[in-house]
Design a binder for this molecule. Structure first.
Ligand code: GAL
Length: 417
């Protein structure tokens, strides 16, 4: 019986298959949570499962944003040996489900009442064809700025609320001899900044028209040219060694006061917390100036690949159940920097940035301004996302001027469809 996943079923499967209980109970987890903050959050999940005697076979594939991890998953599936549980984002989940590769989680979802507590915007990715195929562990969002509080105070910088104020603040930090903007030159990091920048130029309608509807008029128009101009402005505030730097090392530059600001999703908060830093005291979090009221979200979900072994299936279901428990959602997301994927988790354990993130998410869901992140696979499929990445990164590295970049965006997106 699939709803009663425990030792009984596992032991029965072990008897029937004459495999050992330990092997049958393992869950193999492929993920890209390799930074200090991410590893700490993963530790919360490992511990939770260990408490339920679920073994953990770790498959880390480093690389923020998960591109390398997705390549690794493809290789494993092609070899006929899929991992049992895989960290996955947005449209990737839908693509794997369409291939018929994912397990059906309806039974555990029904038993635990997921339908009533998971926001519709997330269910759109967790379900395929009306069936649950993934368990959402969190909700992150990308339109955030992380700032060193001491640097802001020393330079008399107030929290910027407009783009111009933000640029003035960056200039002040640069003038003080520090790196104004901590950044790692990797396509996904530039795309993450672009999420906030595009939103700051044209608001949610423009963002949706460009990245979700793929409207050529939005992708190639005046506002997109302005977005690329803003990216060029940001480029002028990064240090000379930005190329190839991992995102968490950019966060570390803000943490240790070498840099003033970082534009990054709220997984960056996990790094600050992991370094023992306190929001409002050591660091500040605010929405990318000009984007207040809008949330460009990405939700990490664990998709379970369809496997034949009954013991492995039991472990998958137990993992999904653990992930969705309110107590786990609180404990995990406090460490990860994200927000619970269920709407009924109290905010008591969260710090000020976390409380703000939870309130922002609820308000955006209510007001129709909760939008899938382009950079993190929640606006369109990977082929489109990658086409946008290429143009954004080429422009950031000086290959195109703003007008050419906007024109290239139209062509690249068209070719990827
Ligand atoms: C995102 C993911 C986050 C975080 C980040 C950097 O795609 O949703 O959980 O891990 O990449 O690695």
């Amino acid at each position: 019986m699939r709803g009663y996943f425990g030792k009984t079923l596992t032991a029965m499967a072990a008897l029937a298959l004459t495999t050992s209980v330990a092997v049958a109970d393992d869950v193999e987890v492929l993920h890209w949570w390799t930074s200090g903050g991410e590893a700490a959050a993963l530790g919360v999940l490992k511990e939770d499962l260990a408490g339920k005697s679920i073994g953990w076979n770790d498959m880390p594939v480093a690389g923020g944003g998960g591109e390398a991890a997705m390549t690794a998953v493809r290789a494993r599936v092609t070899a006929g040996n899929p991992p049992t549980a895989v960290q996955m984002l947005g449209f990737d989940i839908q693509d794997w489900a369409a291939e018929g590769a994912l397990a059906n989680l309806d039974e555990v979802a029904a038993a635990e009442g997921w339908d009533a507590v998971v926001p519709a915007a997330l269910q759109a990715f967790s379900k395929y064809d009306g069936h649950w195929v993934a368990a959402p562990v969190n909700v992150h969002s990308t339109n955030w700025v992380w700032a060193n509080k001491a640097v802001m105070d020393e330079l008399g910088i107030a929290e910027p609320t407009t783009w111009d104020e933000f640029v003035a603040a960056l200039q002040k930090v640069k003038d003080s001899g520090r790196t104004a903007l901590a950044h790692g030159g990797q396509a996904w990091q530039e795309a993450t900044m672009f999420d906030g920048v595009v939103l700051s130029v044209g608001g949610p309608e423009f963002y949706k028209a460009a990245f979700i509807d793929l409207d050529p008029a939005a992708l190639g128009g005046e506002q997109m040219v302005e977005a690329f101009n803003r990216m060029a402005t940001l480029r002028s505030f990064v240090d000379d060694n930005f190329s190839g730097r991992d995102w968490n090392l950019a966060s570390a530059m803000v943490i240790n006061g070498e840099a003033g600001f970082q534009i990054m999703g709220d997984w960056a908060k996990g790094e600050f917390i992991n370094a023992g830093k306190v929001p409002g005291v050591d660091f500040a979090c605010f929405r990318v100036p000009g984007t207040a009221g809008v949330v460009t979200f990405n939700s990490d979900q664990f998709a379970m690949f369809a496997v034949a072994d009954a013991g492995a299936q039991a472990a998958q279901a137990e993992m999904a159940r653990s992930i969705m428990s309110p107590a786990f959602q609180s404990a995990f997301n406090v460490v990860k920097g994200s927000v619970p994927s269920r709407t009924d988790v109290p905010n008591d354990a969260f710090d000020d940035c976390g409380k703000k993130a939870m309130a922002d998410l609820a308000a955006a869901a209510e007001g129709g301004t909760l939008i899938g992140s382009m950079a993190h696979g929640h606006a369109n499929r990977a082929a489109i996302k990658n086409a946008i990445y290429d143009v954004v990164t080429a422009h950031f590295n000086g290959e195109y001027d703003a007008e050419t970049a906007a024109a290239e965006l139209v062509t690249a997106v068209e070719a990827a469809q």
